[in-house]
Design a binder for this molecule. Structure first.
Ligand code: RB5
Length: 152
């Protein structure tokens, strides 16, 4: 499975760790940056990862900032992206099962490396259940489509 990973400065250190875990687990990984702890803007990296996932270049995306919230907000602006902010294993599994999330966001200032590793592992290995969740995802897609032409 191909995974695209990105962070801002706040998520840089955890992103470097996550990249190593992914490679150790046998995933193919592309890193879009940030490449240091110099201050950058998280939407730039959310855009890179989310659009690459939306284009189908990667099966999954991982985004890390200080809280995970900014990355989640930005990534979810991209049509076809279902980004899930997860800081616990239960949520990581549930969002794969129910939401078929294709981007995971985490906050490096919220959780430590140990929990982040477990969350990432759980999120990558859990399958989407389909069934009763499928019409709900269709409604999300319909909402995206409507918002292209409609103002609230
Ligand atoms: C950077 O200071 C911080 O705002 C960012 O990493 C993130 O937490 C935004 O949601």
């Amino acid at each position: 499975m191909k995974v695209c990973i990105g962070s801002d400065h706040a998520g840089y250190a955890l992103k470097e760790m996550a990249k190593k875990w992914l490679l150790d687990w046998g995933y193919e990984v592309d890193d879009v940056g940030a490449f240091s702890e110099a201050s950058v803007d998280y939407p730039d990296f959310a855009r890179k990862v989310a659009t690459a996932v939306a284009r189908g270049e990667y099966a999954r995306g991982v985004l890390i900032c200080g809280t995970g919230i900014g990355m989640s907000i930005a990534a979810n602006k991209v049509r076809g992206v279902r980004a899930a902010l997860c800081h616990d294993v239960f949520s990581a599994k549930a969002t794969r099962q129910h939401n078929d999330s294709n981007v995971l966001t985490m906050g490096s200032r919220v959780i430590g490396a140990g929990v982040a590793q477990e969350v990432l592992r759980a999120w990558l290995s859990e399958e989407y259940e389909g069934g009763r969740h499928a019409p709900r995802l269709k409604k999300i897609t319909a909402l995206e489509d409507d918002m292209l032409t409609t103002k609230c």
